[in-house]
Design a protein around this ligand. Structure first.
Ligand code: UDP
Length: 328
């Protein structure tokens, strides 16, 4: 019998890639998803357990049926802009959902938990390289909700045998290099897929949010990491827990930041097409620059980001964008 891992959000962008990486590593991923933003077609590597994190009974039922050795928690609302307009929704869905899941995990006697957190928990820190020990001062409700979940995990780990690995993602991009999975949000809000829709003529233009940030070209700087590298780190994090190495937080980024304009330039090169852009206002909640100090994951987990160049990420996203597989 293969060891099972419950993957909340397993039908979503990152969760589906994680399921593939887990299956490749010899685990059976059970995707727990309410399909509110995920795609049933993205669940390809193990069963789908339909359920909702706000419905505790559905979590208990999935844990009782599948008896996983670990939980990987991806399911969440994740849009900075939306979280500024509707903070209540973010606190309710993300925090209450995670609390239900953590309580159910403890009640089921499972002691291994991998959590998707975010660099948005650090807030806006004047362009400093962010390491795992940088104090966290989120500036939007999305980052605030993720920081709260990190705190909850800490409290539960003090009270119960619940080892956990926290991954703080920088900007995840790209698609499965074999073309089986990709990024498809409804509506789309992320820079690279929106930009590629503009390149493909599916939208008139990309709006660049802000031109007067204190960066080299006035646009925000982000650290982009390939989704397949990111999920490889999750498998390493799971093995870390199964090896009994205990609770730890890791940033997942490359340590290199690119401005919005640099990403657009790279897309021009990769696609060999023009990127139609409109200059817009700043987006509320956006930090000026978010760049990872990523040494810890490399040194302690043995993580090797292999595909996280702009060229590779945009190239894989472009291949997917020309042939997205999920039904609209
Ligand atoms: N961005 C932009 N236009 C868009 C979407 C995003 O200029 O239509 C910028 C955004 O302000 C940020 C960067 O691109 O500086 C990455 O944004 P995204 O929403 O992809 O990720 P986030 O940093 O919010 O997690």
């Amino acid at each position: 019998m293969m060891d099972r891992v419950l993957v909340t959000g397993g039908a979503g962008y990152i969760g589906s890639h994680a399921c593939k990486a887990l299956a490749r590593a010899g685990f059976l991923p059970v995707a727990f998803d309410n399909l509110s933003t995920g795609w049933a077609e993205a669940v390809k590597y193990g069963p789908l357990a339909r359920g909702d994190l706000l419905d505790r009974a559905s979590i208990d039922a999935a844990l009782a049926e599948h008896r996983p050795i670990a939980v990987m928690h991806f399911a969440a609302l994740s849009l900075v802009g939306e979280s500024m307009k509707d903070p209540g929704k973010y606190w309710r869905v993300n925090v209450e959902g995670a609390l239900n899941l953590i309580e159910a995990t403890v009640a089921a006697g499972i002691g291994n938990f991998v959590f998707s957190s975010t660099c948005a928990t650090y807030g806006d820190q004047d362009g400093v390289v962010l390491t795992e020990t940088t104090p966290q001062y989120p500036i939007n409700a999305y980052g605030g909700s993720k920081k709260a979940i990190e705190n909850i995990l800490g409290d539960f780990a003090a009270a119960y045998p619940l080892n956990h690995v926290i991954f703080r993602y920088f900007n995840v991009a790209g698609a499965d290099p074999e073309g089986q999975l990709g990024e498809q949000h409804q509506p789309e809000t992320h820079l690279i897929p929106l930009m590629l829709e503009a390149v493909a003529g599916k939208r008139p233009a990309l709006t660049v949010f802000g031109s007067d940030y204190a960066t080299r070209d006035g646009t925000c700087v982000r650290d982009y990491v390939h989704v397949s590298d990111l999920v490889d780190a999750h498998v390493l994090g799971l093995k870390w827990l199964l090896d009994g190495k205990g609770t730890r937080a890791f940033n997942l980024g490359t340590g290199r930041g690119f401005s919005v304009r640099e990403v657009i330039d790279a897309a021009r090169t990769v696609t060999n097409r023009e990127v139609p852009i409109i200059q817009g206002e700043r987006r509320p909640g956006d930090a000026v620059a978010l760049v990872s100090g990523s040494a810890r994951a490399v040194e302690e987990l043995g993580w090797e980001p292999k595909r996280s160049t702009l060229r590779q990420m945009i190239g894989d996203a472009w291949t997917w964008a020309q042939q997205p597989e999920y039904r609209e």
